[in-house]
Design a protein around this ligand. Structure first.
Ligand code: 4AD
Ligand code: MG
Length: 467
């Protein structure tokens, strides 16, 4: 096992003259007269360790195997580096080859691969500069999220992945079954004759992969006040876009004794905190994204971390969009859902910063959102970010039993599936609110990566579930 102090990020900080052993994968090798230069990386930081091999130091057979993609161990001494951008380099005394990589077939050659091609070699793309940076940022972001909530006393709760209720009421769920699809048991008699007999299935009724942990998080909020979830969620919507995944990670805080205003404050504080954390801990990675992926990343993040978010109601947003001097692909009218083009116009052109849109029409939002006194809108909030559009969705929850029951019925949902959710409104109900942040949408924002499939290790999308 690699001990702390032996990662390349630690080796790079040691003084010239120190004897070290480095392990890693060869990024590139360059031969010049009498000396070979090897860029070695072990994923611990953006920077490579430059290994210098003087001619004659190693046996020819070993040297031949030091090629791009090979995994090696190098023993040697750190020396001051004459090259710019690095303090030290490693003068090799001995090299051990753990695993060679035939240059004739190794798929991850130096440069110029498209993101689409790299996606097909997701088992190797993690060794590239870009994906090294993506997954270090993903790691730091995940830690920052936990730290933010833990510092504020929120309880981390694990909500189920297999559920029998549809948290969003939108029907975009993957089924979970052990029934033999070639030989389904059918109900023999009665009004449901001919339908699949789920009483014979594993859970005795239809079950699904969760689309959100929110409803179960609400159970916990009504016992622990402030809680959050952080887990995988699944959506079987057939959206083949650069912003949708069938499997993605969501962070869902839920707060009792909190209204929409408190929810908006927390969301803004949260986003600023995690941006600042990543800027502090992953600066070389962000600088790489700024240089190679999107030259506005750093400027935008600094701007967001220091400016106040704009607040508008849905009704105000619609009237701004109606007055906008442009034609929309999707028509704008009161009652229409905001599309990506509308969200981006508001954040990138009208306000030039994140915008929180509140109080959407009840018809286009989930059943659990609190009904406003106008009877037409609900206490919803979407946080929209430049470039990405919706990054957070949330609301104050309907805490009144009768109103909630009526909304469940009106949306054509089966109220028996929500019996426990309704009971929370019968026994010790309280005003409460929460939101969900899509981890990958946030990562797109932090890195400037254009496709959500390139900020998750192994993307699942319609027609694709390799690895
Ligand atoms: O707006 P959504 O659907 O809200 C909920 O699921 C609520 N239960 C959250 C809550 O109030 N606790 O999803 C929340 C966020 C979106 O804003 C978006 O960032 C992300 O999840 N998201 C997706 N990310 C990737 N692929 C998809 N298919 C996504 N759908 C939603
Ligand atoms: Mg939403």
């Amino acid at each position: 096992m690699l001990e702390p102090g032996r990662y390349i990020k630690d080796i790079l900080r040691q003084a010239p003259g120190t004897a070290v052993t480095a392990h890693g994968w060869v990024k590139t090798r360059r031969d010049s007269k009498g000396v070979h230069f090897v860029q070695l990386n072990d994923g611990s930081c953006f920077q490579d360790l430059q290994v210098v091999i003087e001619a004659g130091t190693l046996a020819e057979a070993v040297l031949k195997q030091v090629t791009t993609g090979a995994c090696i161990r190098v023993e040697g001494d750190l020396v001051e580096s004459p090259a710019a951008g690095q303090a030290v380099e490693l003068r090799a005394r001995a090299i051990h080859i753990f695993g060679e990589a035939d240059p004739a077939t190794y798929p991850l050659q130096k440069k110029g691969h498209t993101m689409e091609f790299l996606r097909e070699i997701a088992h190797l793309r993690v060794r590239s500069n870009t994906f090294g940076a993506v997954f270090r940022v993903r790691n730091a972001l995940s830690f920052a999220i936990h730290r933010f909530f833990q510092e504020r006393g929120f309880l981390y709760v694990h909500t189920p992945i297999i559920t029998t209720s549809d948290a969003e009421g939108a029907g975009a769920m993957f089924g979970v079954t052990t029934l033999d699809l070639m030989n389904l048991p059918r109900i023999a008699q009665g009004p449901q004759a001919g339908q699949v007999d789920f009483s014979q299935d594993f859970f005795g009724k239809p079950a699904h992969l969760t689309v959100s942990g929110q409803l179960e998080a609400e159970i916990f909020a009504l016992a622990f006040a402030n809680v959050y979830t952080f887990g995988p969620t699944f959506r079987a919507e057939n959206s083949n876009t650069p912003r949708h995944l069938a499997e993605f990670w969501m962070i869902e805080p839920e707060m009792a004794f909190c209204d929409l205003a408190g929810n908006m404050r927390l969301a803004e504080e949260f986003l600023k905190y995690i941006i600042q954390y990543v800027m502090e801990h992953c600066l070389p990675d962000l600088e790489f994204f700024n240089k190679r992926i999107d030259d506005t990343v750093l400027q935008t993040l600094e701007h967001v971390a220091t400016s106040d978010f704009a607040h508008i109601t849905y009704t105000e947003a619609i009237s701004l969009l109606e007055k906008a001097p442009r034609t929309w692909e999707f028509p704008v009218y009161w009652g229409a859902d905001l599309q990506s083009e509308h969200e981006r116009y508001l954040t990138e052109e009208t306000f030039r910063r994140p915008v929180i849109v509140t109080d959407y029409p009840r018809e286009i939002k989930a059943f659990y959102m609190r009904l406003n006194d106008d009877g037409r809108t609900v206490r919803a909030m979407d946080v929209l970010a430049p470039r990405i559009g919706e990054i957070i969705g949330g609301s104050q929850r309907e805490e009144r039993y009768d109103v909630l029951r009526d909304k469940i019925r009106q949306q054509g949902l089966d109220e028996r599936a929500y019996w426990w959710y309704l009971e929370l409104r019968k026994y010790g109900s309280a005003p409460h609110a929460g939101f969900g942040l899509g981890l990958e949408r946030m990562l797109m924002y932090l890195t400037g990566m254009k496709n959500i499939r390139d900020v998750i290790p192994f993307p699942r999308t319609p027609g694709y579930a390799e690895f």
